[in-house]
Design a protein around this ligand. Structure first.
Ligand code: AMP
Length: 328
């Protein structure tokens, strides 16, 4: 298939603390698996992060971290356009235009906003408007496919609604994106059984040290079943995390080990630790290597930013003309 005929994939990760295996299995792994099949735009969502990170050093470090994460998991900058969102400032311009065709009650239905409100959080305008910034990221690059975890599904729907509304008012301009969510990993559980999330402090970092892996796994709560008793793998947090690392027969074999009895939770945890280390260690070492040459990493981002912003500028020219501000 020629490059021109490839469909477009776009997704991003916020630079707000260390990425975890929930981010990886829920979304980032799909970026890597699909990088040959799609024309990929993968970005570091630094403007999105500003809704919560308001510290210069922290934001800068976060951006660098996600750049390293992307490369360490195997995204190939020769195939994928890797960029930071703020290198495409046109998205904020488009966000404004979307804001002007969007109502407040519609944005008030967003889960992220409702959650924040239910928790009595102080909600800044940026957080409230988050779905429109994300719609701009997606629609700006004419994305066909947006791989995300379940928590972002509604945001892709907001992007679709916004594309439809804009097209209805100003004429056909934006493509309809689809979310891409793998059902078996749509919500990766954390070590406490709730959704794995930076804000719940229940994560296994994707680039955790061996010590951190051990500590996190040892914290996983279990019931009081003895070693010999059969255990239900579907009710075990240990198994629900472990099965992410196993495929086909391996997963089946471990499932049977739980069901048969004879394996205590201590052994189950030790097996999980062993497999997590085997999975994480090579990526962590690759990341450490990449960090030795930050100039190259920054060059990749700069180059990606130029390409993404060139495409965005072309799109914005069309949009400015359609809305009526382009008069020269
Ligand atoms: P964020 O860091 O919030 O930008 O998240 C990056 C990606 O990871 C998004 O597509 C999220 O939907 C996805 N994600 C985050 N947490 C989980 C989870 N526990 N299970 C599955 N996907 C997740």
């Amino acid at each position: 298939m020629s490059k021109e005929s490839k469909k477009i994939l776009l997704s991003g990760v916020k630079p707000t603390g260390r990425v975890h295996i929930g981010n990886y299995f829920g979304a980032m792994k799909q970026f890597v698996d699909l990088q040959d099949k799609y024309e990929c735009y993968i970005f570091i969502a630094d403007y999105h992060a500003m809704t919560t990170v308001q510290n210069r050093a922290e934001l800068m470090q976060g951006i660098i971290d996600v750049a390293l994460d992307y490369l360490a998991i195997g995204l190939d900058p020769k195939k994928v356009i890797l960029f930071k969102q703020s290198d495409v400032p046109q998205v904020t311009e488009l966000t404004w235009m979307f804001n002007c065709i969007t109502t407040m009650p519609y944005l008030m239905r967003a889960h992220a906003y409702k959650d924040a409100e239910a928790k009595n959080k102080e909600i800044n305008v940026g957080l409230f408007d988050y779905p429109m910034l994300m719609a701009s990221d997606i629609l700006m690059q004419d994305a066909d496919l947006v791989p995300v975890g379940q928590d972002q599904k509604q945001h892709v729907e907001y992007a679709r609604d916004t594309a439809q509304k804009f097209n209805r008012i100003y004429g056909e301009t934006f493509k309809m994106p689809e979310h891409f969510i793998l059902p078996q990993v749509e919500v990766v559980p954390g070590i406490d059984g709730r959704k794995m999330s930076k804000s719940y402090d229940n994560v296994i970092p994707l680039f955790a040290t061996d010590e951190e892996i051990k500590k996190a796994v040892m914290k996983i709560p279990t019931d009081s079943k003895g070693v010999d008793e059969p255990k239900n793998p579907d009710e075990s947090i240990i198994f629900s995390i472990h099965k992410l690392l196993l495929i086909g027969e391996e997963a089946k074999a471990l499932e049977n080990k739980y069901k048969k009895g004879g394996m205590g939770y201590k052994e189950a945890k030790e097996l999980l630790i062993k497999d997590l280390i085997a999975f994480i260690k090579p990526m962590r070492e690759k990341r450490e290597m990449l960090a030795q040459d930050m100039d190259s990493v920054l060059d990749i981002l700069k180059e990606g930013g130029k390409r993404a912003s060139m495409k965005a500028e072309k799109k914005m020219k069309e949009v400015r003309e359609k809305v009526g501000v382009e008069i020269y």
